[in-house]
Write a protein that binds this ligand. Structure first.
Ligand code: HMG
Ligand code: MG
Length: 302
């Protein structure tokens, strides 16, 4: 592999969200054993972090209602996989199963806070504060997501100051990383740079930030390249480009992990991922879901 260009990192961490962001949006409910095999195959393909599921209300996301069973099925190794937790009830469920990494997920906009969390923008902090405090007291690592960072289907443009203010508040609750979500995939490269500049000015450096792109407008990979050149070294992605949020109109799949890996390896940046094994996993998963992967790299190599 070539040496990365000056200014680019030697290594990038891919935070795989396929089993969670990918499967939460499927029409059909994927059987437990398929989910477990998906997670295991992703680990075997070298993905260093694989978010497994969500301890949310099962009526809100029936696709992941089997979260506890999945974690039990994954056994000891399952405890290392991050899980989404919106509140103390979710935390209790995660603690019972020995989970070590949780992720809270806030909204930069009022409308999405209401629709996704049944809380106002301000009320979401009252829900997250005791959740994060208790998680930290129990020795858990906490990631925070902030959604609708680049636009909201109901509110349109979202001011950078508003995103930075919400994101910083979420991070300051006690998170080790803040993932900036382009939930509906409307962002473009200049916006990425401006948003990162905004967070840096507020004291959050690129090394505590991760980018979470959805690919609705085909901009996800370009946006990842812009964030990489800015200094971000953690990227969320979903095997085969699965994904979307059931509570966000027009959200389609995440940035495909294969597309990201192809770009990073082409730049001489290490990921630890075995691309052939990953493509094989996405082709296998597409077979289980009954439709081809939207990823260009999966199509080319699969
Ligand atoms: P709520 O209805 O307001 O809940 O939902 P509540 O606090 O009023 O409680 C009502 C009942 O639900 C109670 O039961 C609770 O125990 C129970 P009762 O006492 O009536 O019998 N309950 C729960 N049960 C199981 N697990 C729980 C839980 N919490 C309460 N965790 C809530 C509020 C937050 C729970 C709900 O809105 C919810 O589950 N939302 C999750 C939505 C979601 O998962 N969206 C997708 C993930 S976010 C995303 O995809 C974006 C991201 O990818 C980044 C990006 O792309 O931008 C991360
Ligand atoms: Mg998402």
């Amino acid at each position: 592999m070539q040496v990365p260009e000056p200014g680019l990192p030697a290594e990038v961490t891919i935070y795989e969200v396929g089993p969670r962001d990918g499967l939460q949006n499927e029409q059909t409910i994927v059987p437990l054993e398929v989910k477990a095999e998906f997670v295991r195959r992703l680990v075997a393909a070298g993905l260093p972090i694989v978010e497994a599921t969500s301890f949310v209300h099962p009526k809100w996301v029936p696709q992941l209602a089997d979260a506890a069973d999945l974690m039990t099925e994954l056994g000891e190794a399952g405890r290392e996989h991050p899980v989404l937790v919106p509140n103390e009830r979710g935390l209790d469920r995660a603690l019972e199963l020995g989970c070590k990494h949780i992720a809270i997920f806030g909204s930069a906009t009022e409308t999405f806070a209401q629709r996704n969390l049944n809380r106002s923008l301000d009320e979401q902090f009252a829900m997250f504060e005791p959740t994060v405090r208790r998680a930290r007291e129990a020795g858990l690592d906490v990631r925070a997501y902030v959604s609708m960072c680049f636009g909201d289907p109901w509110e349109g443009d979202v001011p950078i100051d508003q995103v930075v203010s919400v994101g910083k508040r979420l991070f300051d609750l006690g998170a080790s990383q803040l993932s900036l979500g382009d939930t509906i995939g409307v962002g473009t490269t200049g916006h990425v740079t401006a948003l990162l500049d905004g967070f840096n000015a507020a004291g959050l450096a690129d090394d505590v930030l991760a980018m979470h792109f959805h690919d609705t407008y085909g901009q996800a990979l370009a946006n990842a390249a812009a964030a990489l050149r800015h200094g971000v070294t953690t990227f969320d992605a979903s095997a085969g480009g699965l994904g979307g949020c059931p509570y966000a109109e027009s959200a389609t799949g995440n940035l495909a992990t294969e597309d990201l890996v192809w770009m990073l390896h082409g730049l001489g940046i290490r990921t630890g991922v075995d691309l052939a094994a990953l493509v094989e996993t996405s082709v296998w998963m597409a077979g289980r879901l009954g439709r081809p992967s939207p990823s260009r790299v999966v199509t080319a190599l699969g």
